[in-house]
Design a protein around this ligand. Structure first.
Ligand code: C2E
Ligand code: MG
Ligand code: MG
Length: 552
């Protein structure tokens, strides 16, 4: 038996495609497996050259490799080559080619050919995963930065500019926590569809995770044109939408940043993010354009964050107390504890300048524990004061941060009666329907702590927060007090909430009373308790006249 007779059955029966090529690339021999890969017969294939079956894009590279083989630069080569199937499809193969010399001394090549279409497909899928957001199918951060970099590069030869738009869904956390993650996902998918529908076909839309989206406007003539586009986009997003049986009207806070010379993709996205943050702060559901003032504001925020950590440690925080009074007699029935920051260089800072930063930096939990302890110590240290103290708590203190434990510790260490302490929670916080939050609120109620809703009327869903949670009182937000006497919405809301409070047998406080006129109207509407500059500002404990306390 000659070598070739031995070799023959192995060649024909191999599950891997095999071909013998002549020095000119002619297919001298092929096996059945190879014939199946390209969908032709063995006989027909013997009339082909390999290049007739190779995808045109792969021919030059394969010929270069063969040249290197001939010159002894490579012992063999391996390449991913697309072959043309008879039906016209390109089939991805891995081809391993080694030189052989035939029995009669001719130069030949032996090639092993494996079909790797499936492997390629899996790889493509992985690449897709690496570049696209799986929930919405939009680009992810990697692809976004890539495209933005390319757009910025192209811009150098274009009179138009590149704009980056950062969008963040308003109150997304509330939807997610109260209606569940599936609803949250459905909302994000719908918003993704709406954004995608509003942009031009070439523009990139990305999701950065969470409820953040970014749009690149690749070639926009002016800032005004970008803003006009955003007005349309915002309107498209705000179309009502049914989610888990509830109608929601999604809104977004939007930041717009235009490319400056030499800006990098990352900085442009960061600028748009900074502008978006300003849009959130200025009341949400609006567009802000990035400016250099915003940049210094953002830097300021970073330095405040660093300083705050020290402030809490070094005892720079102080608590002031503002009276809550009977509207008829102005007698004090309670105090609201309001935190201040005694800043070493900048003087006394009010919460507006640092509470939000605290919340974002997760510092509000230690800050909250400090204020609660201070308030309890205040009560313990002043037996002549028999009223109550209300402490503001942020949503982030509830649930996973275990507010019940913090309050229990403060009560234990000071020995005060839990009925003397109350907590003010803003209503969007009260809505949080997670199990942990709910059991925390129930835990506080079991301790005998009153929970009241602060700034009633300004949050997400006012009435349900009262009905669904263990709430014993309501504070009407100052923005309604400002509108007292308007013979319109202001008056109507004030009257309605006063009536609601009474019929639910809750306590009601009207906030921000600054004038005798407001006090009179509030009393007229049925309010019994009030708070505001008319009765007193927040003051340090040692400046208060604590003996005179009325019964509420
Ligand atoms: P808030 O709980 O609604 O507190 C009432 C705010 O309105 C206080 O501002 C108070 O000084 C102010 N105010 C009271 N009466 C009047 C008035 O007649 N006119 C006007 N224009 N304003 C009045 P402040 O102390 O700057 O606090 C702002 C917000 O910061 C508070 O609003 C509360 O949400 C938050 N906050 C304060 N202390 C804490 C705290 O210890 N923890 C947390 N998480 N938040 C706090
Ligand atoms: Mg308050
Ligand atoms: Mg308030």
């Amino acid at each position: 038996m000659s070598e070739s007779e031995l070799f023959r059955p192995a060649f024909d029966g191999s599950p891997i495609g095999m071909i013998v090529l002549g020095a000119d690339g002619a297919l001298l021999d092929v096996n059945g497996a190879f014939a199946r890969i390209v969908g032709r017969t063995v006989a027909a294939l013997r009339t082909y050259r390999l290049r007739d079956l190779t995808h045109p894009d792969d021919i030059p590279r394969d010929e270069e490799l063969r040249w290197q083989l001939d010159n002894g630069e490579l012992p063999y080569f391996q390449a991913q080559t697309r072959l043309l199937h008879r039906n016209g499809d390109a089939v991805w193969t891995r081809m391993t080619v080694s030189p052989v010399v035939s029995e009669d001394g001719e130069q030949r090549y032996l090639a092993h050919v494996e079909d790797i279409t499936e492997i390629r497909r899996a790889k493509d899928l992985l690449e897709r995963r690496a570049l696209y957001d799986h929930l919405t199918g939009l680009a992810n951060r990697t692809l976004l930065l890539d495209r933005l970099e390319a757009a910025l590069e192209a811009r150098r030869t274009d009179a138009h500019t590149v704009a980056c738009v950062f969008l963040d869904v308003d109150h997304f956390k509330v939807v997610n926590d109260s209606l569940g993650h599936e609803s949250g996902d459905a909302l994000l998918q719908e918003i993704a569809r709406r954004i995608k529908g509003a942009v031009r076909p070439g523009d990139t839309v990305a999701r950065l995770g969470g409820d953040e989206f970014v749009v690149i406007l690749e070639s926009i003539p002016t800032q005004a044109a970008a803003e006009a586009f955003l007005t349309v986009l915002a309107a498209d997003i705000q179309v009502p939408f049914t989610l888990g049986g509830h109608e929601v009207v999604p809104t977004v806070s939007v930041g717009l940043a235009l490319a400056e010379p030499e800006i990098t993709a990352e900085s442009l996205v960061r600028n748009a993010d900074t502008a978006m943050y300003a849009a959130k702060q200025r009341g949400r559901a609006r567009v802000e354009v990035f400016t250099s003032e915003l940049r210094s504001h953002a830097l300021n925020k970073l330095s405040i964050e660093a300083e705050l950590r020290t402030a809490i440690r070094e005892g720079e925080l102080v608590v002031h107390y503002q009276p809550i009074v009977r509207l008829d007699t102005a007698e004090v029935v309670a105090y609201e504890a309001l935190v201040r920051w005694n800043h070493p260089n900048r003087g006394l800072l009010l919460p507006d300048e640092f509470i939000e930063i605290c919340e974002e930096a997760n510092l509000v939990v230690p800050l909250g524990a400090f204020v609660i302890t201070e308030a309890c110590e205040f009560i313990a240290a002043h037996p002549e004061f028999t009223g109550r103290v209300f402490v503001n708590v942020s949503t982030r203190q509830i649930g996973s941060a275990d507010l019940t434990r913090v309050v229990t510790a403060a009560l234990d260490s000071t020995g005060i009666d839990p009925a003397r302490l109350g907590l003010e929670i803003t209503e969007s916080g009260m809505l949080i329907a997670t199990q942990a939050a709910r059991s925390d609120l129930d835990g506080l109620t079991a301790l005998g702590i009153d929970l009241i809703i602060d700034d009633f009327g300004t949050g997400y869903s006012a009435l349900s927060s009262v009905l669904l949670n263990p709430v014993s009182g309501i504070k009407l937000a100052r923005e309604f007090t400002l509108r007292l006497g308007d013979r319109g919405t202001g008056d109507r809301i004030s009257t309605t909430v006063a009536t609601l409070t009474r019929s639910l047998k809750m306590s009601g406080v009207i906030e921000g009373v600054e004038s005798e006129a407001q006090r009179a109207i509030a009393r007229d509407h049925g309010w019994q308790l009030g708070q505001g500059f008319l009765f007193g500002h927040a003051r340090p404990a040692d400046e208060l006249d604590l003996g005179a306390v009325a019964q509420a």
